[in-house]
Design a protein around this ligand. Sequence first.
Ligand code: HAM
Length: 416
Amino acid sequence: MRALPGFRDFLPEDCARRNYIFSRWREVARRYGFLEWEGPPLEATELYKKKSGSEIVEQLFNFTDKGEREVALRPELTPTLARVVAAHEREFKKPLKWFSIGQFFRYEKQQRGRLREHFQLNCDIIGENDLAADIELVALCIDIMRAFGFTERDFIVRISDREFWTDFFHDKKVPTERWDDLLQTIDKSAREPRKKTAEKLGDLADSVFAALKSGSKSARLEQLVQGLRARGLADFVAIDVGIVRGLAYYTGIVFEVFDRAGKFRATAGGGRYDNLIAQLSDGAVSMPALGFAMGDVVLGELINEIPRARDAKRKAIVNDSRIDIYVVIAKEERRSDALAQIQQLRDGGYRIDYPLTPTKVGRQFQAAEDSDARVALLYGDEWPQVKVKNMGTGEQEPVAHDGLLAHLQAQLSLSS
Ligand code: HAM
């Protein structure tokens, strides 16, 4: 029996890697004053049909539940956020700055960087029209990448404005029914053969290619870059109108994060979706909104690719997975004394391991080393003293058992 295609088993090491990513995500989002929230993993299929766009709807893991409801495992968080915010609109002061870490499901063709489940950090700001919010959001996205050890040489945030294209369609008198399809085609144009894109664009092909090539800009985009420059972050961004985003609900500034070498798919993406809350609440609540999501799959690949990021990850994981104390029970008569102290020390917050059954002393010390314990405590002939061994220096000293906690508090804080 194996996991289904596109699904992962998380063995302890994989969990350590995942937790490393989650803790950096959470730490930086909190630094920006974002509050954590969460939605349900299963939603009415209708929620995604209404406004996410055809690509995501084709990728839904959906079924009819036992109550005859059409339901889907969530492929993304934004529609849930819009639903929740519309329902609780009066309870919170605006703007809301919310983040969430969770698992998402898309029935995609499995390929590098794309699985059928993945984890995302979502950061969204609700209820703010000002460009200051867009600048803050892009800055947050950059700082999250920096927290993993990436520099401006490793990644780039490509920023665009959907209004550039909607104005363009307007000028060319393209009927609005065609806009979504055209935007999807432009979004895919960097990844698809030019001929295929040209066929899909039809009569607009030449002018779209010309616009993509000329690197057109807008005053709003310039202002956004200026805002990032004031924070010393301009080297992390580039204006690129080829970024459109595959999801249908975006209305203004959109952006995606790519590795500089162009080896991987996007690590993160987002933008403004000022109409989604009104659309999903049938006009009951209307609020401007913007946000982005960063996925764990591409990010994990990029961390492994960049030595600085890989090292930072390794160090953090080693530090997080080590235990503080390994208790060596050299004399079985001392087991109950040792267990009583283990209980006390665990209450004191220490991470402790010990052999559950009688084990040779040599193997116990080996286990202490394998678990990277900082200290080994030896319960044996010295009782009522306990021998304290510093696993880093190899130094040993006997300590009276009733003074052990104070002694360890001094020693373990020193060695950390
Ligand atoms: P998205 O671009 O569809 O945006 O996904 C965000 C990120 O999730 C992608 O850049 C990618 O790293 C990761 N991702 C997406 N699908 C997969 C997959 N099948 N396997 C692995 N990783 C994947 C959204 O989901 C928007 N709801 C983001 C947003 C939040 N917009 C506003 N607020």
